[in-house]
Design a protein around this ligand. Structure first.
Ligand code: BV8
Length: 237
C-alpha cells in the first residue's frame, strides 16, 4: 500500500468516474463526535440502548431525546475543509458520486449536490405506519396518529435497496474510489471499497489511523481529512 500523496493526486485527477465513501471522520473537524473514537458517541451511550428499533419500540421518547441531543450538537457545526474539498472535486469531475454513512447533512450544507445518505438523515422523520418521510420539525406523532421515528437506518434494518444498488454500481464503475474517515466496521457500506478494487478502481483511503479497509487500498494517506483532502483535490499543486 503506497503513501505517496502526489501520485494518488495524479491518478485521482486522471479518473473520469469518481466515487467517494465517507464516515464520521470527515465531520470530526467540524466538531461532530464520531462513534467509536475516544470521545465517541458510543462511549457514552450503548447503541443497543438507543440506536435500534427495539429500543424505539420500548421507549420512543428516550430514543427521540438522544436524536434531539445529537441535532443540538450538530446544528452548531459547520462543514470543514474536507467537506468543501469534496464539493470542489464534484465540480471538476465528469462523473461523481458521494456516498456517506453520515446523517449530519454537512456534505449538503457544504454544497455537495449528488449525495447518497446510506444511513439516512438526522434531519428527517418517518411515519412508522405509513412510511412517508418528512423534515423533522420536532413532532412525535404523524397526523395519522402513529409514532414518527428518526429517518435513519438502525442496526439490523436494511438500507434502502435502490441506494444499495446505486452504491455498488457506482463502486464497480469508478476509476478512483476515495474512502474518507470511516472505521470500515459497518456493513454493507464497508464492502464498497473492496468491490471497487476488484473492478479495477484506484482506491485511496484517508484516515488518521489504518482500518480493516486499508488492505484493499492502493494508497493510505494518514492524517486528518480536513488537511489531506484539500491537498489531494488541489489541481494546481
Ligand atoms: C444491515 C444509524 C441487513 C444512524 C448506523 C456481524 C458481522 C458483520 C456484520 C454484522 C454482524 N452483525 C450484524 C451485522 C450487520 C450490521 C453491522 O455491520 N454491524 C457491525 C457493527 C458489526 N449492519 C447493519 O445492521 C446494517 N443493516 O446489514 O441490514 C438486513 C437486510 C435485510 C433485512 C434486514 C436486515 C445497518 C447499518 C447501519 C447502522 N446505522 N447509524 C445513527 O444513529 O447514526 S451505523 C453508524 O456507524 C453510523 O451510521 C456511522 O456512519 C457508521 C459507521 O461508523 P463510521 O462512520 O465509520 O464512524 P466511526 O466513529 O466508526 O469511525 C470514524 C473513523 O474516522 C475512524 O476510523 C477514525 O480513525 C477516523 N477519523 C477520526 N477523525 C478523523 C478521522 N479520519 C480522518 N480525519 C479525521 N479528522
Amino acid at each position: 500500500m503506497r503513501t505517496d500523496l502526489a501520485e494518488a493526486r495524479r491518478l485521482l485527477h486522471r479518473a473520469r468516474r469518481i466515487t467517494v465513501l465517507t464516515g464520521a471522520g470527515v465531520s470530526a473537524e467540524s466538531g461532530v463526535p464520531t462513534f467509536r473514537g475516544e470521545q465517541g458517541l458510543w462511549k457514552t451511550y450503548r447503541p443497543e440502548e438507543l440506536a435500534n428499533a427495539d429500543a424505539f419500540e420500548a421507549n420512543p421518547e428516550l430514543v427521540w431525546e438522544w436524536y434531539r441531543w445529537r441535532q443540538g450538537v450538530i446544528a452548531g457545526c459547520e462543514p470543514n475543509t474536507a467537506h468543501r474539498a469534496l464539493v470542489e472535486l464534484e465540480r471538476c469531475s465528469s462523473s461523481f458520486t458521494l456516498l456517506t454513512q453520515n446523517i449530519d447533512g454537512l456534505h449538503q450544507k457544504a454544497g455537495s449536490l449528488n449525495v447518497e445518505e446510506l444511513h439516512g438523515s438526522l434531519w428527517r422523520a418517518r411515519c412508522t405506519r405509513e412510511g412517508k418521510t418528512r423534515e423533522d420539525t420536532g413532532q412525535l406523532r404523524c397526523e395519522c396518529g402513529a409514532w414518527l421515528r428518526p429517518h435513519v437506518v438502525w442496526f439490523g434494518e436494511p438500507l434502502d435497496s435502490m441506494m444499495v444498488a446505486l452504491s455498488f454500481h457506482a463502486a464497480k464503475r469508478s476509476e478512483a474510489f476515495l474512502v474518507v474517515g470511516t472505521s470500515g466496521l459497518v456493513a454493507p457500506a464497508n464492502r464498497l471499497p473492496r468491490v471497487a478494487a476488484d473492478y479495477g478502481a484506484t482506491v485511496i483511503e484517508i484516515n488518521t489511523e489504518p482500518t480493516p479497509l486499508s488492505s484493499a487500498a492502493d494508497f493510505f494517506l494518514a492524517g486528518p481529512a480536513g488537511e489531506l483532502l484539500p491537498k489531494l483535490v488541489a489541481r494546481d499543486a
